[in-house]
Design a protein around this ligand. Sequence first.
Ligand code: NAD
Length: 357
Amino acid sequence: MNAKIAVLAGDGVGREIVPEAVKILKAVAQKYHHTFEFVPGDIGGQAIDKVGVPLPQETLALAKQSDAVLLGAVGGPKWEGLEYSLRPERALLGIREALGLYANLRPAKVYANLVDASTLKREVVEGIDVLVVRELTGGIYFGKPKGIEKLPNGEERGVNTEVYTTDEVRRIAKVAFEAARKRRKKVTSVDKANVLESSELWRKVVIDAHKSYPDVELSHIYVDNAAMQLVRNPRQFDVLLCNNMFGDILSDEAAMLTGSIGMLPSASIGAKVGLFEPIHGSAPDIAGKNIANPIATIASAAMMLSYAFQLDKEAEAIEQAIVKTLDLGYRTKDIQSPGARIVGTTEMGDAILRNLN
Ligand code: NAD
């Protein structure tokens, strides 16, 4: 296939880890006879330095004209004093909004060799492979009315509104069921249908959407129980389908089960173009030292192949290459363990490249 990929490395370690992912994608293209065109664009602090804004129009246009976007990270101490609307992080909100990214997919997977990096016991985390599918553009973060108002008695009143339409729920449920088909075919829908009407509707629509996916198993769980089960017995979950707020919270909880932020990829799905990025930030404390872990970004590239281009075999090849590299004892500093072979960012990328079949 032919695909145009916008490459927005951004700031800090973004500039070191993104080239490693591109290196792997180029090798995949060659091995599997695809043509990927990589077009770089400016975003975040480096865009501010270059043209004065964190998300230049050219970058937005590039993203919209591409088949997928690979993003590194933005931000850093250099730009922290800027007014909020000009900060590098604004670019993230801007690009998500412009691309209409309504679904965020975050896998939390524990690699066999990194089980001890988790704060939980080995027997709880071994074999975890959970995908949190979070609705990203609706719910309480956007619902109206919202705001803080003064009351006649001098007190104040803060209001947010949890609101979902059938369309919004159907759309995200579909993403979860489709994702489950690429995995162990189990969706657990998270809600609070015992007290919230919006959750009652959520559950009804999810059940209805499920009719088109008879091969996928569907169950429902209240969010408080989901939070508990994630630390008690996380292996029971395959795909967790969540609204915006529940997904925000549970995806961080799921991520922490694995113990290492440098390992975790993410995908954001829109009507047309998807955006793929590691969940971590620009890590200014380690930037420029060739010690950042590129695996989260390389795994994000694998998600791009699977979710944007339906190249599941190629995505699996990258996953396998990561597993093999870890099995061979290669570690960046953040995931080091006794007896392991500590390597830098580029060396880790090279090792994964060598193990790509
Ligand atoms: P961070 O994720 O950048 O770093 C947190 C910790 O994890 C640091 O100790 C860092 O060294 C470590 N870490 C992160 N990625 C790593 C990697 N690939 N390999 C090894 N270690 C890694 O979060 P922070 O320090 O809170 O934020 C730093 C900057 O990044 C801020 O400006 C923040 O606004 C921005 N940020 C950007 C994004 C994004 O671009 N999506 C997300 C979060 C934070």
